[in-house]
Design a protein around this ligand. Structure first.
Ligand SMILES: O=C(O)CCC(=O)C(=O)O
Ligand SMILES: [Fe+2]
Length: 405
């Protein structure tokens, strides 16, 4: 892949002919940042990182996936894009752009609160809420991301919360307004994720429902992220590192970023064993060459497969390693994770069952819980879950399902 000149496709200036159902967009290599705070400068690849600038395909999903020939041809093109680049871009609809902008404002407003106000947004039953910069660990090193995590927005009276299922608790929102603006965006991404999975089913030529049966009442979650500028860190992590090299847990990751830039991906072809075959959450070789910069492109989501997708497809689609570098300005982003139901025991897809391990499938709730405990060893919810020995609940029949239709 070569380095491409700036060529940003803006939805508002796109003609209907240009809005063909899928097309190629050259990514911006340089963006002018005039965001919040004092930072007004030319922003490009974070300093100290060497990478090619990606030129990723952009797709416009149909309103409904009907399984027509044109749906199937787009679906196959999406699969090919993931197999080539590890990532693709999805054009936001006008509604999605509006919800993204609303959620971004809510996220910025939250991160501007005082440390005491932010630290109050934690509870001992869930892993939702605030994660301070330097609190999350990847490969034993602190990440500088500051995070507000939203997982299932459960009510205190939900039977799973009352029964104290691992990771199940209400989200400690600071206020109703943030809850509304973030959850409107998350719900939209939920519908979008279902469409994407229908496309994956078409593209892989597996029966409809082979994937979407797992995501009924899925354990979808999202991280609203703020990265400090590289000169504003607290010295707890490695210089310039926002988040270390890792893959994410579930089926699909749908990310969206502001104009600053910091995300890098590593395309397939340099595959590592899946995390369920390893002992930690992080991907090694974080400093290797072969990284591709995901330059900010207005009006798009970037979408890539997670660990569950790698498992069910026997690595036909691999979980894309990615990392975030700190830039000269602070950066805001969202990472949404479209996931199986917490109870789901996920099995290889028909035609992709080649004896991959573990043979009996992966219980998503256990996988999620283990990864979360490793990432947040000192969180109050980690200590409570371990002290009360509630991880053993994950073995109970009530918390396991094959998600048969
Ligand atoms: O900051 C980004 O663009 C991606 C963040 C990410 O990889 C994550 O939260 O898992
Ligand atoms: Fe990630």
């Amino acid at each position: 892949m070569a380095t491409f000149a700036a060529q940003i496709v803006r939805r508002s200036t796109r003609s209907s002919a240009q809005r063909a159902r899928h097309f190629t967009t050259a990514a911006a290599s340089i963006a002018t940042h005039q965001g919040a705070g004092q930072c007004v400068s030319k922003v490009s690849i974070p300093p100290g990182f060497v990478a090619k600038v990606g030129n990723f395909e952009t797709f416009v999903l149909p309103d409904k996936i009907l399984g027509t020939l044109s749906d199937t041809s787009m679906a196959k093109a999406m699969i090919n894009a993931w197999r080539k680049d590890g990532i693709l871009q999805l054009a936001m609809s006008p509604r999605q752009e509006r919800l993204f902008s609303q959620a971004s404002k809510a996220s910025k407003k939250f991160f501007q609160k005082t440390p005491a106000q932010k630290h109050a947004c934690v509870n001992d039953s869930s892993f939702c809420g605030y994660v301070a910069s330097g609190e999350e660990i990847t490969s034993g090193i602190a990440d500088y991301s500051e995070i507000f995590t939203v997982s299932k927005n459960l009510q205190p009276e939900d039977h799973r919360v009352l029964a104290e299922w691992p990771c199940h608790g209400p989200c400690p929102w600071p206020d109703k307004l943030m809850e509304r603006d973030i959850m409107d965006y998350v719900s939209e991404l939920g519908s979008n994720g279902e469409k994407l999975l229908q496309m994956v089913e078409l593209g892989l030529d597996v029966p409809p429902g082979s994937l979407t049966k797992y995501t009924q009442d899925g354990w979808h979650h999202m991280r609203a992220l703020r990265f400090p500028s590289r000169d504003r860190t607290n010295g707890k992590g490695a210089a310039g590192r926002g988040i270390g090299s890792h893959t994410d847990y579930g089926l699909l990751v749908v990310a969206a970023q502001d104009e600053v830039g910091g995300l890098f991906v590593r395309p397939p072809g340099q595959a590592e064993p899946c995390k369920h075959e390893r002992s930690d959450t992080a991907v090694s070789r974080g400093d290797d060459s072969g990284w591709v910069y995901v330059a900010p492109t207005p009006g798009v989501f970037t979408v890539f497969p997670g660990d569950m997708m790698q498992y069910v497809t026997n690595s036909f689609l691999t979980s894309t390693p990615h990392k975030v570098g700190l830039n000269v300005c602070e950066r805001f982003a969202f990472a949404y994770f479209h996931e199986p139901n917490f109870k789901a025991v996920v099995k290889p897809l028909p035609g992709f069952d080649a004896g991959q391990k573990p043979a009996g499938g992966i219980h998503y709730g256990t996988y999620f819980t283990n990864m979360t405990l490793r990432n947040y060893p000192d969180r109050i919810s980690t200590r409570k879950l371990l002290d009360e020995g509630r991880c053993s609940m994950l073995e109970q029949d009530e918390l396991r399902s094959d998600m048969a239709a």
